[in-house]
Write a protein that binds this ligand. Structure first.
Ligand code: AMP
Ligand code: GLY
Length: 437
């Protein structure tokens, strides 16, 4: 045992298969406390850091059986679905340590209606919303609102695609009918939220939270649309950067005092204390920061820019959180800049081909894998829509952006597509008005 009660030689299980999970495994692998890493199911990138297991992230029974059998010391969960399904509760009942919120706490992401009620109890600023499970009532309500003044959201998990911003009443009516009465989002949209539309820059803020304790926070911006200048359909996220050009100490303090801390306190008061990473998706409105959504996990691809920025030991943070003593840990984020660019299979988020060989990875900069697989001859192949995340770092966002795109330029696969404008707005904002492009 070391002086802080941690034992070296930990065996860690990471759950998930995206760029986020590769970044988590990469950071855990740097910890002197960790001696072995399993990733379920992982990708071709995580296979270089540990052993990939052929178990799906949603298959809680098999994950639990593996962790018990191998006596893993810590499990770190990437995606929200197993959290909402109660993976933390199951592991804890079996006496295993896990870095993930309970099913009760994961409702902050799993049910938008529940999250709204929580924010109202905690007096946290968020757009006003009403829930409906009857399409006639929802339609009548919409007709009473001005056009472009509201957004429509599926209540449950919809893989980042459950939010519609209709421009007209007719568009809104069609959306409501397809969500509640149709099957556009499965059960996730049996209930919909109609929410006041707000305007302003968006930012993702992250902190490790355990009970009432909120660690140092960090902010990043992600890009959700597939095309340059935010054109085209929404994706899971195709680029990110930190720090945001508008992020200040004062804003950080305000977000902490008015959003993160009250929510953590309220969850304790409600007997569903949070434990894990809390992700606040905010819009900076003229009236101050307003919550768009909470997630109970790291963002993807935000995690890929945050792990290289994290100066503290991730294994130590996750273990302390799982053991209920996060307050003992000094969570420190570096003050450099990080930019990531996601390389996708052409056609994503629609139809795309997989199985294309990827070249140029060796000797390229920092790259986290997402949709990749190892072929029969050991070659690395594309296996998903988001394929790789190239990460650049530097003293400025401009240097980090150039570093990321240099890495992108070295890597090739058929029909590769990436946005060309990631972090440009932060670079432009950092220049004197006269020298802006
Ligand atoms: P979400 O899935 O909740 O992150 O929402 C996806 C995107 O929809 C957000 O990143 C915003 O751009 C937009 N959005 C969500 N809620 C609102 C709102 N109340 N007003 C304006 N835009 C919103
Ligand atoms: N990058 C957005 C998300 O992970 O939800």
């Amino acid at each position: 045992m070391s002086e802080n009660g941690l034992k070296p030689g930990m065996s860690v299980l990471v759950i998930g298969s995206g760029g986020r999970e590769h970044a988590l495994a990469w950071k855990l692998n740097q910890s002197p406390l960790v001696s072995e890493i399993f990733i379920a199911p992982g990708n071709a990138g995580t296979a270089a850091l540990g052993e990939n297991l052929p178990i799906a992230a949603e298959d809680i029974d098999s994950l639990l059986a593996f962790a018990l059998d191998r006596r893993t010391d810590l499990t770190v969960v990437g995606p929200e679905a197993p959290m909402v399904d109660g993976i933390a509760d199951r592991f804890q009942e079996a006496g295993l340590k896990i870095f993930a919120p309970s099913a009760a706490a994961a409702r902050i992401e799993g049910s938008k209606g529940w999250a709204k009620d929580l924010m109202s109890r905690a007096r946290v600023k968020t757009a006003a919303a009403k829930s409906f499970d009857d399409s006639e009532e929802a339609l009548a309500y919409i007709r009473s609102l001005p056009e472009r003044s509201f957004v429509i959201k599926a209540d449950g998990l919809a893989a980042g695609k459950g939010v519609l911003l209709p421009e007209t009443h007719q568009e809104a009516a069609n959306a409501i009918v397809s969500m509640i009465d149709g099957n556009a989002f499965g059960d996730a949209a049996d209930t919909v939220l109609i929410e006041e539309r707000t305007f302003g820059p968006e930012v993702s803020v992250f902190a490790f939270v355990q009970g009432e304790h909120v660690s140092a926070e960090v902010a990043a911006c992600d890009y959700k649309r597939i095309g340059d200048n935010d054109e085209g359909p929404n994706t899971g996220g195709v680029g990110a950067y930190t720090p945001p050009e508008f992020w200040t100490d004062q804003l950080a303090r305000q977000v902490r005092q008015e959003i993160l801390e009250p929510v953590a306190r309220q969850m304790v008061a409600d007997s569903s204390p949070f434990s894990g990473v809390l992700y606040a998706g905010l819009m900076l409105t003229d009236d101050g920061p307003s919550v768009i959504e909470f997630n109970c996990r790291f963002g993807d691809p935000e995690c890929e820019v945050l792990m290289p920025l994290l100066e503290s030991d991730l294994a130590e943070i996750c273990l302390a959180t799982a053991e209920g003593r996060l307050e003992e840990i000094d969570v420190r984020w570096g003050d450099g800049a990080q930019v990531c660019v996601v390389m996708t299979s052409g056609g994503y988020p629609g139809k795309y081909r997989t199985g294309e060989p990827i070249s140029g990875l060796e000797g390229a900069g920092l790259v986290f894998h997402a949709g990749t697989a190892t072929g029969d001859d050991g070659e690395i192949l594309t296996a998903g829509g988001r394929v790789l995340t190239a990460v650049g770092s530097g003293d400025t966002v401009e240097a980090a952006r150039d570093d990321a795109y240099e890495t992108v330029a070295r890597i090739e696969f058929e029909r590769e597509y990436h946005r060309a404008d990631i972090a440009d707005r932060a670079v432009d904002a950092s220049m004197e008005p006269s020298s802006r492009r």
